[in-house]
Design a protein around this ligand. Structure first.
Ligand code: NAD
Length: 269
């Protein structure tokens, strides 16, 4: 277990699925944890304080990031949705969060980007952290914006960031595509811990995928993070194949990294 590196960490999206998984991990890295979400967070421990705020509220984000050393940013619109929600949570919200970090001298931000930044790549191509983006949705575009913000605040203001392009992070793989794209909760915790602990990250992009057969990513350019996934989707293969139908060979759902997002209609139509 590492020595505690930070005095106070901020965890956003603390009421959400991944925020809830990460909440028990962050005390290993900091004395105090500030939790944020617009929804209520229950059962705060003595080392935790909860501040309800909307990412779209600049004043609230400046207050939220005060006296914080580093941020684990899991808050936001977590899938394709109405443009107004994507805009508020992922675009305005990302800007507000980084402005708060700049004004308050926050040193490092680890945040949840997405496979949907590169969703239109065919599965015959392996992507690496420098592959040009090919977003598959307004949600994916908002994550590309977030990565641009992270790069800009490193280059201009010296705030370090890791943009973690999470593929499919669930307790188990849910369908045949996720046999390739699954990230286990254990591997997520290891990955975020490494991002917090690595001595220097500048702005790093890294893919979040477990040690599955036939992975479609190459993380060697992010080797300095020290992410070594331990879990594999293979143990769920029989269950997934018996529960999910054979894919239509003409559909792009299994043909592209972004899966269903690449074929869905515009959300607001
Ligand atoms: N779960 C995955 O497989 C996956 C894959 C790729 C990326 N991600 C990203 O990881 C992050 C966490 O995902 P999750 O699965 O836990 O999603 P989630 O929807 O369960 O959690 C997101 C949390 O953010 C909060 N939130 C949303 N908009 C907000 C706003 N404007 N102000 C304050 N709080 C707000 C929500 O209340 C929610 O608790 C998201 O950014 C998502 O895009 C997740």
């Amino acid at each position: 277990m590492p020595e505690k590196k930070y005095h106070r960490l901020l965890l956003t999206g603390a009421a959400g699925a991944l925020g809830s998984e990460l909440r028990p991990l962050v005390p290993d890295y900091a004395e105090k944890i500030r939790l944020n979400d617009r929804d209520p967070v229950k059962d705060c421990q003595s080392h935790e304080e909860f501040i309800a705020a909307d990412l779209g509220d600049m004043e609230a984000m400046c207050a939220l990031t005060k006296d914080v050393d580093a941020v684990v940013h899991m808050g936001g619109q977590s899938r394709e949705g109405a443009w107004a929600d994507v805009l508020n949570s992922n675009i305005v919200g990302m800007y507000n969060l980084y402005e708060g970090c700049r004004k308050n001298g926050v040193k490092r931000v680890i945040w949840a980007s997405s496979v949907h930044t590169i969703g239109f790549y065919p599965r015959t191509e392996i992507v690496n952290p420098q592959s040009p983006t090919r977003p598959d949705s307004n949600y994916g575009v908002s994550k590309v914006y977030g990565e641009a913000v992270a790069q800009y605040y490193w280059d201009k203001y010296g705030i370090e960031s890791v943009s973690v392009r999470i593929y499919s992070c669930f307790p188990e793989p849910l369908d045949r595509r996720q046999l390739t794209t699954w990230l286990s909760y254990n591997d997520l915790r290891h990955l975020i811990g490494q991002c917090l602990w690595a001595p220097s990250v500048r702005h790093t992009i890294i893919y979040g995928v477990s040690n599955n057969p036939a992975v479609l990513i190459d993380n060697r350019l992010a080797a300095h993070i020290g992410f070594h996934p331990q879990d594999t989707s293979e143990i769920y293969r029989a269950k997934v194949e018996s529960n999910s139908p054979e894919p239509d060979p003409k559909s792009d759902v299994l043909g592209r990294h972004g899966g269903q997002f690449t074929v869905d209609q515009h959300f607001d139509d």
